[in-house]
Each structure stands twice: as C-alpha cells, then as structure tokens.
Ligand binder design. Structure first.
Ligand SMILES: Cc1cc2nc3c(=O)[nH]c(=O)nc-3n(C[C@H](O)[C@H](O)[C@H](O)COP(=O)(O)OP(=O)(O)OC[C@H]3O[C@@H](n4cnc5c(N)ncnc54)[C@H](O)[C@@H]3O)c2cc1C
Length: 406
C-alpha cells in the first residue's frame, strides 16, 4: 500500500478486516494530523453508518445564486439536507483501529516494478519491498499510475480562512455551500471565470470562509481567490480580526481515469475517484472500499494469480462499466460548466437545485444508477432556459469567459 492519507487508510482497513496481510509505505507517521478538512452531506455519511465521526453539522444549509443585481433582492436557496465536517482525528482513528496489525513503513516509494510473481517497490531509503499486489493510494499526483493524456487537467482551487471577524460574515449557525452572488465584482471581473464563497459557522465566534473556483484549467491563482474573498467580505462591511488557519486548496477535478490494464492498482485520488462535478471523494471511499476489498480478498485467495491478474480484478471491481460511464457523463458536464460565464453558472445552479432533492443529492454523491442519472441530466436540460441549453449543448458561452488578466 502506498500512501497514508484517507484512501490508503480506508482500503488498508477493509483489506485487513478480510484477513489480507497488508503493509503500507508512507512518508509521514500514519497517525500524523491530516492537513485538509473534509466535508460531507450528513445523509451520505449516515448511509454508511458513520455520522458519529462528524465534528460539526448544520441543518441550515443554503446557497445563493443571486440575480446579478443588488444583494438585497437575493434570497438563499435552502437545501433541506444536513451538511457536516469530519472530526479528522476521529475518521483517521476509525480506520487505524480497523487496521491494527497493518505494518506501516515510514518511507517514500520511488519506483514500482511489476514482475510475474511479485511487484517490487524501491523506496527512498534504499529498501526494496515486495508484494503480490501494490495499491497506489499516494494521491492524484502519483507518478506510478499510468493514465491517458487528455490535455490540460482542470483544478479546483480555493483560498480560505478560519478565523474571527469584526462581525459574522454569514448568518450564525449556517452552512453556505455556494454563494455565487457577484454584485460586488467589477464589470471586468464578472467577465472572468466565476468563483463562489463556501462558508460555515464553526461556533464560539469562529467562521470558515473560502473563495473557491469549481474547476478551471489552468486553475485560478490563489492571489486572485484571496483578493476576491477580501472584496466579498469588504462588501459586507466585515474585517478579519484573527486568522487561525489559512487553507490553500488545489486538486484535479477531471483527471483522466487510469489505464485499467496496468499491473498496479490505485485507490482514492490516484485512481481518479474525485467526483468530477463536485470535487468530493471521502463518501466514495467509504462506499466503494468494501466491494473492492471483497474482490481483492477473493482474488488473493487464488495463489496462481499474477500481480497483473490481481490488479485486473481490482480495476474491474473499482471501475465497472457503469461507474466508468457515469464518470464520463460527469466529465462531459464539467467540461460544459467550465465554459460558462458567471450569469450562466448562476442560472445553471439555480436550475440544478430546483430538481427534486433526491435527484440533485444523488447526482452530487454519485449514487444514482446510470439510467436515472441520464434522466436527471435530461430533466435539468428541459428545465434550463434557452441560453443555458445552448451552453450545455455547444459550450457556447466559452468566448464570454476570458482568462484572468491580472
Ligand atoms: C484542501 C482540500 C480540501 C478537500 N476537501 C474535501 C472535502 O471537503 N470533502 C471531500 O470529500 N474531498 C475533499 N477533498 C478531495 C479529496 O478527498 C482529498 O484530496 C483527499 O485528501 C484525497 O485522498 P488520498 O488519500 O487519495 O490522497 P492524499 O490525501 O493526497 O494522500 C496521499 C498520501 O500519500 C502519501 N504519499 C505521497 N507520495 C508518496 C510516495 N511516493 N510513497 C508513499 N506515500 C506517498 C502522502 O504523504 C499522503 O499520506 C479535498 C482536497 C483538498 C486538497
């Protein structure tokens, strides 16, 4: 197992629970605190019976898609579904407790070579480790996983601050998924790729506010995001009085699926498991790890299977045709969205969240079967105003969304 992040711990624990002997390689101790905060819809976590792992949860969950005019007219869209933030240490501990007995080597994998009987991993320390199957869970930047080059990869970028403010930047007790209101931007800024505010009240006078670009290639620079966050806060007459933590977030949204004939398996970011329309992944780890672990435990019980054959069984279980097709639909959708100017994007999301709750929730969590997902996408199209339909079909708004000009 390569990696010590959420994906590595999740699949290592599931395999260990099935009696598979697992060894891990990670540069940091596996109980070292993770740098990222992870959010998830409460119902998504409840479905896997783990909502006790949340540190914060909100029932007042809203977005703003605005009118483009004065903020006074803008009423929030209420989502009616709870959202939560993981207690990171509790999530990590949940997996580590289920993986007691797994040996973790503090090292960095430098080269991975699959042979007929075993795969060799050469580490930075000079140690060479052997396994029947190597699972790369070392994140989306892994050099050990082959994937096709499909051109520039769009990144989700965000700049955020956990801190105290001169007054509440959002209503107390609230979670804001997306605030796309743009009245505080100049005419020129409104022609640039849109960004939104993701924000939450963390209690005790502390809020997290983050200016986010859903996806763009190349990604929106941090200084632009920071400047936009400050502009948004200034428009509300709010100053930051105490910065407790700054978050710089960047990860690929539409990384091509890995070559599923390679003899090394991947999981998590390395396996392109980030949802291309939302950027979320932890729910997918929790849902998909048990099935993958079942298939791998079964395959490993056959001593005649080579590393290539084991990896093939893993890839088939992780990315069956249904999930590949759904992924392609999401990637297509994201490609269209990336061309939208801020007005079209606001219209798009307002239409999207007017869908039935189970449909938009199923779309965002990738839990709708393919025929239903297609029906939801067609319904979204039917509900869309004409200019949005044109954008969805032709990507027609692209020329109206120039890159940042600094
Ligand atoms: C700032 C940020 C916020 C996010 N927020 C959310 C969210 O709210 N909800 C959500 O669902 N998703 C979120 N995501 C997306 C996704 O869930 C995360 O990127 C997640 O951390 C990916 O998990 P991973 O284990 O695949 O990779 P990583 O978390 O990147 O972990 C990779 C691990 O591999 C190790 N490693 C790297 N190279 C090697 C090597 N050569 N050998 C051995 N080990 C190696 C690293 O040290 C690390 O332990 C967020 C991403 C970011 C960047």
């Amino acid at each position: 197992m390569l990696g010590g992040g959420p994906a590595a711990l999740c699949i290592a624990s599931e395999l260990h629970q099935r009696g598979v002997v697992v060894e891990g390689i990670a540069p940091e101790p596996v109980n070292a605190p993770w740098p990222n905060t992870y959010g998830i819809w409460v119902d998504e976590l409840k479905a896997v019976g783990l909502d006790h792992l949340l540190e914060h949860r909100w029932s007042d969950t809203v977005s703003y898609f605005g009118s483009g005019g004065s903020s006074v007219d803008d009423l929030p869209t209420a989502h009616g579904i709870g959202y939560g933030l993981f207690d990171r240490a509790a999530l990590q501990d949940h997996w580590l407790q289920r993986a007691i007995g797994v040996v973790w080597h503090r090292d960095t994998a430098q080269r991975v070579e699959a042979g007929n009987n075993q795969t060799l991993v050469t580490c930075a320390s000079g140690d060479v480790r052997k396994a029947r199957l190597v699972i790369d869970a070392s994140g989306s930047g892994s050099p050990h996983i082959r994937r096709p080059d499909q051109g520039p990869v769009a990144g989700q970028a965000a700049y955020g601050v956990v801190g105290r403010f001169s007054e509440a930047p959002i209503r107390g007790g609230r979670f804001v998924l997306m605030d796309y209101r743009s009245h505080h931007l100049s005419e020129r800024q409104r022609l640039e790729p849109p960004t939104f505010l993701y924000a939450m009240d963390l209690g005790d006078g502390v809020f997290f506010v983050e200016e986010t670009s859903l996806a763009l290639a190349p990604a929106v620079p941090y200084d632009v995001l920071k400047q936009r966050l400050m502009q948004r806060l200034a428009d509300r007459g709010v100053q930051i009085t105490d910065v407790l933590h700054e978050e710089f977030c960047l990860f690929p949204m539409n990384l091509p699926l890995p070559d599923r004939t390679q003899p090394v398996l991947a999981f998590g970011g390395a396996a392109s498991m980030v949802h291309p329309a939302s950027g979320y992944m932890v729910g997918a780890l929790l849902r998909r790890a048990p099935g993958l672990a079942d298939s791998l435990a079964d395959a490993l019980s056959d001593p005649s299977l080579t590393p290539a054959a084991l990896a093939r069984r893993g890839w088939q279980a992780l990315w069956p045709p249904e999930l590949v097709l759904r992924h392609q639909l999401y990637q297509f959708g994201l490609g269209r969205l990336m061309g939208f100017n801020e007005r079209l994007l606001r219209t798009h999301f307002a239409t999207f969240f007017s869908l039935a709750k189970e449909d938009w929730f199923g779309f965002l969590t990738n839990t709708l079967p393919l025929p239903r997902l297609m029906a939801v996408m067609l319904r979204l199209f039917a509900l869309s105003p004409w200019d949005l339909r044109r954008g969805l079909v032709l990507g027609a708004a692209k020329q109206q969304a120039p890159e940042f000009r600094g």
